[in-house]
Design a protein around this ligand. Sequence first.
Ligand SMILES: [Zn+2]
Length: 47
Amino acid sequence: MPTCPKCGTEVSEPIKVWELAPKGRKPVKIGLFKCPNCGTTFRKGVK
Ligand SMILES: [Zn+2]
């Protein structure tokens, strides 16, 4: 489970997910997470 880089709170659900597909590489899914504790938003790869 991704954790907030600021306070370390675990965030279970991304508020947004999109696919990033660099040329010639496998697409990866990126999730945008928002920490319910401190409000920090951060991106993290999701599987
Ligand atoms: Zn936080």
